[in-house]
Ligand binder design. Structure first.
Ligand code: FE2
Length: 397
């Protein structure tokens, strides 16, 4: 576990390594925290759950808890808080980690304690740091001339496969959600059975080429980070670079409203999250563009050797996929370990996204993993995969 915590921290620090102090402290967008807040919050969360809750120790600085409370402090005000600045935050992260390892060394994983059974709290801590990496990457898209320390070119060179536009998923009972074994969040449980009508689902995520055709015909707004190139084409401007939009790649940085409108334009619809999970059955996260270092999606149709059981590719990795579903509780849901993780977000305000993106750490993602966001959001690494009722046929549109 100490090794995994160390690895998670290495990733976090690698992301911020190229940045100046000014860039770390700067508020780029009211919907994203300054990176310096994320760093302090990652360490403070670790201190709260491990050092204080499990280790029974006093915090290093009692006033920090409130400043780094994600519910108490909405993103738009985080830049004005008296939080730890660049020269203070790294020593704090190190001091907390030192104490974490002391606690870790002296603890038994008591199966009777739900926080400790199967190492739950450690897994939660790891997942938390991993998930903050993805939010940090959202902000890094806005940092002009950000140069990653390292880029994994593997996913970009994965060959795209040819195949049918849509694949069929059998109707009938499907098991949805996480089993009782292994780490999962409260909102993924309990596992339960749903009855699905047979449906078609796109074999690959929707491509930039598809989306450009849609923009041309429907006159809709382009995705975030797209600009006209002056000759009728499009360029991408993320991280301050201007690159021609690659038609082979999955479209990314679209809102739920845009995804929904695209699907209707294509004569299709977004899948429900239960449909998505049924279609993802058998997908392998080890053969997927995940883990942050590719800095972009692989071509649509890549990883065909790791298709899910129904024949869909890239269900995991590359781009998050918007579903038509609101983020709600599964039948028999119980909040654990705290209602602020998921329960307070249940309702009709947030839409569910599935599958993870290139910016998601591999260990975070499972076919049962549920992400959620407001339907207007586009800074997240979200794309589209459409579905259609079986009765409507697969190919005509
Ligand atoms: Fe957090």
């Amino acid at each position: 576990m100490a090794g995994r915590l160390e690895e998670a921290r290495r990733h976090t620090l690698r992301l911020i390594e190229p940045l100046t102090e000014e860039q770390l402290n700067r508020v780029y967008d009211p919907i994203l925290s300054p990176l310096i807040w994320d760093l302090g919050h990652i360490a403070n969360f670790e201190e709260l759950w491990l050092v204080q809750r499990i280790g029974g120790r006093e915090p290093l600085r009692g006033d920090l808890g409130e400043l780094y409370d994600a519910i108490e402090q909405p993103r738009k005000i985080r830049g004005e808080l008296p939080i730890l600045k660049a020269d203070e935050v790294c020593p704090y992260m190190e001091q907390v980690r030192e104490r974490t390892l002391e606690v870790l060394g002296g603890i038994e994983l008591d199966p009777e304690n739900p926080l400790l059974a199967d190492g739950f709290v450690y897994e939660m801590l790891l997942a938390h740091e991993h998930q903050h990496n993805e939010t940090m990457l959202q902000l890094l898209q806005m940092v002009e001339s950000y140069e990653p320390v390292e880029v994994d070119r593997g996913p970009a060179s994965e060959p795209a496969s040819e195949g049918d536009e849509m694949v069929l998923v059998e109707g009938g009972p499907h098991e949805i959600g996480a089993t009782v074994v292994g780490f999962a969040y409260d909102n993924e449980r309990p596992r339960h059975r749903v009855e699905l009508e047979p449906f078609w689902i796109d074999r690959t995520p929707v491509t930039n080429a598809d989306y450009m055709a849609y923009l041309e015909e429907a006159g809709a707004e382009p995705p975030m980070y797209w600009e006209r190139d002056g000759e009728g084409g499009w360029v991408r401007t993320a991280m301050g670079r201007k690159e021609e939009v690659d038609p082979r790649l999955p479209v990314i940085h679209v809102s739920w409203h845009e995804a929904d409108a695209f699907a209707r334009w294509a004569g299709k619809r977004l899948p429900t999250e239960a449909e998505w999970e049924a279609a993802a059955q058998g997908a392998d996260r080890k053969r997927a563009n995940l883990d942050e270092m590719s800095f972009g999606p692989a071509a649509a149709g890549a990883y065909a050797d790791a298709a899910s059981e129904c024949g869909a590719v890239q269900m995991l990795g590359d781009v998050w996929e918007w579903t038509s579903s609101d983020f709600t509780a599964y039948p028999g849901f119980e909040a654990f370990p705290y209602p602020e993780y998921s329960e307070v977000f249940f309702g009709d305000e947030h839409k569910v996204l599935r599958g993870g993106a290139w910016a998601t750490r591999r260990d975070v993602i499972r076919t049962s993993f549920r992400n959620w966001d407001l339907p207007i959001r586009r800074q997240i690494f979200a794309g589209i995969r459409c579905a259609r009722d079986e009765s409507e046929g697969a190919q005509e549109s």
